[in-house]
Design a protein around this ligand. Structure first.
Ligand code: NAP
Length: 269
């Protein structure tokens, strides 16, 4: 079902590349008024032009979201936001002890602390107006275990917990909070690795993530974006903790992530 976002002002983080570009295009197609942010001003301008060609009203603000002053100024300049999409994120798929302090802190900041902070900054105005939606782009790493990715998985589990807790807390206020959990996507941070996902969890296209965002804007609470139905497997792991090890080994997910970790180890930081 198409959604009409005319007159709705959307702040989208991580809009300069990867999944953000596809989310921006989908929002533009639905008539939203877009405020795109990321650090790379040149790429933001290119995406903005493409969205404008699709008929959207677009503004861009370059900001380093790891910097609290940039976040404060972004929200100040943004004015009233109807929809916040916390999409910016970073992932370092490496053994825990191979991660640098900077990599650990960047993942905790960008994937968890920043979405919480931006939410706290936009929420008062949404509550005052009795309307608003916050969409958090999490990951299947926030639903199940992903070896060689413990810090990223911790941040995404945290983001999922934050989303559900806040959604319950905001019940009846008119403000909706939902989460999109992509698995392996053929664009963005996974697409760039050049490694193929295992057959059991093969890549999905980035347009599926954008469609997941639209579902949350229509009221969905949690959208899993994967190639196959994974909810029964997640339920099995909840019922029988410990079976995730054999399951992830059998489906080659452990080997794929180990391959990714080895490739990152071989590359300069
Ligand atoms: P990506 O291609 O690496 O893009 C990341 C975006 O975040 C870029 O626009 C980047 O822009 C922005 N960003 C990074 N650090 C920033 C900072 N300090 N300040 C402001 N912006 C910053 O990643 P992606 O694949 O599109 O991922 C988008 C979201 O989807 C993430 O939350 C990720 O965890 C999630 N996800 C992705 C996949 C996948 O397979 N692609 C799967 C599951 C979940 P600048 O560099 O210009 O700042």
């Amino acid at each position: 079902m198409p959604i009409d976002l005319h007159q709705r002002k959307v702040l989208l983080t991580g809009a300069s590349r990867g999944l953000g570009v596809h989310i921006a295009r989908a929002l533009a197609g639905a008539g939203a008024q877009l405020l795109l942010t990321a650090r790379d001003a040149t790429k933001l301008a290119e995406i903005a032009q493409a969205c404008e060609r699709a008929g959207a009203k677009v503004s861009v603000i370059a900001a380093d979201l790891a910097n609290p002053d940039d976040r404060a100024s972004l929200i100040d300049r943004a004015g009233e936001i109807d929809i916040l999409i916390n999409n910016a994120g970073v992932e370092y798929t490496r053994r825990l002890l191979d991660q640098t302090d900077a990599q650990v802190h960047a993942q905790i900041a960008l994937n968890l602390a920043v979405p919480i902070d931006l939410t706290r900054r936009v929420l008062p105005s949404m509550l005052a107006r009795g309307t608003g939606t916050i969409v958090n782009i999490s990951s299947m790493s926030g639903k199940g275990a992903t070896p060689f990715n413990s810090v990223y998985a911790a941040t995404k589990h945290g983001l999922n917990g934050f989303t559900t807790s806040l959604r319950l807390e905001l019940h009846g206020t008119g403000v909706h909070v939902g989460v999109v959990c992509p698995g392996f996507v053929s664009a963005g941070m996974w697409g760039r690795t050049g490694i193929r996902a295992p057959l059991a969890l093969r890549e999905v296209g980035p347009e599926r993530v954008a469609a997941g965002v639209m579902k949350v804007l229509r009221g969905a609470k949690q959208v899993l974006v994967t190639a196959g139905p994974v909810r029964p497997l997640l339920a099995l792991v909840e019922l029988f903790p410990g079976i995730e090890g054999p399951m992830l080994r059998m489906t080659n997910i452990v080997r794929t992530l180990e391959q990714r970790a080895n490739a990152l180890d071989a590359a300069p930081d």
